[in-house]
Design a binder for this molecule. Structure first.
Ligand SMILES: *Cc1c(COP(=O)(O)O)cnc(C)c1O
Length: 233
């Protein structure tokens, strides 16, 4: 990651250079895994960062972004989306039921559908707003009690409920493996559950492990720090 320490001690991050390097690594890793080089999308995770770094990514031609909080995204993105209408914005953080409508209005993909109550709220919000963002189901592959996501053993039934009963536009799965474990088995499990449910989108892998996620079949990698630098505290 290219970082230059300026004279005033403000870290200047080469966002365009980082994006180019990561995209290069993504296509090389995909090809090495026997996949097409454009098979994997880079979701630039801009949470916490201000519009200056996001604008640097936009100026470099990048259009796919992720945010983890509805409120923060509402503060940052309406203006940027108006200026760059071809942006695609993903929600990658926990979604409260009472924010479902706000999320449906702002985001193009919601990656964190993980419980029946939220699925129902999203169905209702989509009907009311006349907007249908694509949905991913978050799977808690490590079955961590503090983490969002549906248990692996309940995922097939939950996918069926969302797709068949609520007619929601479910396109794939996402996961966030436990921090203290090898991610590979989690990535393999997510890909397996996606395949047996006929879901084509698999969102997994972050700055530290996105090449491994690609080897195991990721179609979206969510990369923050390696693109934008360390997040402000
Ligand atoms: C912050 C975040 C990322 C990106 O993490 P980095 O380690 O900065 O790349 C990916 N996915 C989710 C769900 C996140 O909250």
């Amino acid at each position: 990651m290219a970082e230059i320490l300026g004279a005033d001690s403000v870290t200047i991050v080469d966002v365009a250079g980082n994006l180019a390097a990561i995209k290069q690594e993504i296509s090389e890793t995909a090809r090495a895994a026997g996949r097409a080089s454009d098979d994997v999308a880079l979701l630039a995770v801009s949470k916490i960062h201000g519009s200056d770094r996001i604008r640097a990514a936009l100026a470099a031609g990048h259009r796919l972004f992720g945010e983890n909080r509805v409120q923060e995204a509402q503060d940052k993105w309406p203006e940027l989306k108006a200026a760059f209408p071809d942006v695609t914005l993903h929600l990658i953080g926990h979604l409260q039921t009472n924010k479902a409508e706000d999320a449906v209005l702002l985001f193009d993909v919601i990656e964190t559908v993980d419980r029946p109550k939220l699925a129902r709220a999203l169905a209702k919000a989509m009907t009311k707003c006349g907007r249908r963002p694509d949905l991913l189901i978050q799977v808690n592959t490590g079955e961590e009690p503090q983490k969002g996501g549906i248990a692996p053993s309940e995922t097939d039934a939950f996918v069926a409920f969302c797709r068949d009963e609520l007619a929601l536009p479910v396109k794939g799965l996402m996961c966030l493996p436990p921090l203290d474990e090898e991610p590979a088995p989690h990535f393999a499990l997510l890909r397996k559950i996606a395949d047996r449910n006929g879901l084509s989108v698999v969102s997994m892998g972050m700055s530290a492990d996105y090449p491994i996620a690609i080897e195991f079949g990721a179609t979206v990698v969510r990369v923050g720090t390696a693109v934008f630098g360390a997040r402000p505290k």
